[in-house]
Design a protein. Structure first.
Length: 328
């Protein structure tokens, strides 16, 4: 069975969507806790280190209790290390945006990942991108410009940069996770992400580690729990559905971010966010709609599925005269 056929046989779109929705609840809760902990004096490197390090014993304990420790065996350690390096950088950007900006603004900037996925598809994967997707990219970045304008309070430039950086990295990580999920169990991906992420950020702890009270440590534990479950659900969703199908569910996190902003900080998104967010969301929906249509009608290279791209490359190498199909 070809790699694309294997990936297709695993696809369960509705289940993948449900997993992604649950992941957004967990992820929004994690960022809310990180923002609160940051306001209580926990530094960004600490937040990321403990988010990763506390996940490792939780996963090991669960696997030992269920007799599934063998799931951690992998022949793709290099791919896990690369995914963890990219993912840790993305986590830094996400946490930076969440701590520097109001949660709704930080969350909305994270929605730019489908826009950057189109750019990756066009510039790196060399797939032809048509007018619909380029129009969506332009629309989405127009929304970013609207949000970046100062409203009632100045918008932190570093926070905007972190939010956009998170969008770039999340787009890249989605391809990496989709590739890993074709051969690895979700828990395997989550575990090695936590291990490598903890090792990477441990180097900063001698400089940034601080003393904290019981409340802060409870927050750090809650961050690790919600983050671990969110990562597991995100990885599982990409195992059962293609990127273009599941990422549209990420927009529901804006509901949770707005709710947390109201409940905890007694704040609502400013007018610029209320105007820019629909533009970015509309752009993402256009891209998702276009990708799904293309994946049904033409070569899988336009479906944001790296497994299909690899299969086409394998077929081309077996038949040098065969030219890859391109999307119109």
């Amino acid at each position: 069975m070809t790699s694309a056929a294997r990936s297709s046989s695993q696809d369960r779109p509705l289940f993948a969507i449900a997993l992604r929705l649950a992941a957004m609840v967990m992820l929004s809760t994690m960022f809310m806790l990180m923002k609160v902990a940051s306001e209580r004096g926990v530094s960004l490197p600490e937040l990321i280190f403990w988010r990763q390090a506390m996940s490792v014993p939780m996963i090991l304990g669960w696997l030992l209790a269920t007799g599934n420790l063998g799931l951690l065996a992998t022949s793709r350690m290099g791919s896990h290390a690369m995914r963890a390096t990219t993912g840790t950088a993305g986590l830094c950007c996400n946490v930076g945006a969440a701590t520097l900006l109001p949660l709704p603004e930080a969350t909305t900037l994270g929605f730019t990942s489908p826009l950057f996925a189109v750019l990756i598809t066009a510039l790196i994967l060399r797939d032809k991108v048509g007018k619909w997707r380029w129009t969506a990219v332009a629309l989405g970045f127009a929304g970013v410009l609207v949000i970046a304008q100062p409203g009632d309070a100045p918008v932190a430039p570093l926070g905007i940069a972190a939010g956009l950086g998170a969008g770039v990295i999340v787009a890249a990580v989605s391809f990496q996770i989709r590739d890993l999920a074709r051969t690895e169990a979700p828990i395997t991906c989550v575990f090695w992400f936590a291990v490598y992420g903890a090792l990477l950020t441990a180097m900063l702890m001698p400089v940034y580690a601080g003393q904290h009270g019981s409340t802060e440590w409870l927050m750090l534990m809650a961050i690790a729990v919600t983050g671990t479950f969110a990562q597991f659900l995100i990885t599982a969703a990409l195992r059962f559905g293609p990127v273009a199908t599941v990422v549209v569910m990420d927009y529901t996190s804006l509901i949770w971010a707005t709710g947390y902003g109201w409940l905890i900080w007694d704040s609502f998104p400013p007018f610029t966010t209320a105007l820019g967010a629909p533009l970015i969301i509309a752009a993402g929906l256009i891209i998702t709609w276009r990708e799904r249509n293309l994946s049904r009608r033409i070569s899988p290279t336009s479906s944001m599925d790296v497994g299909a791209i690899e299969e086409m490359a394998d077929d081309t190498s077996r038949d040098p005269e065969r030219e890859p199909e391109r999307s119109p």
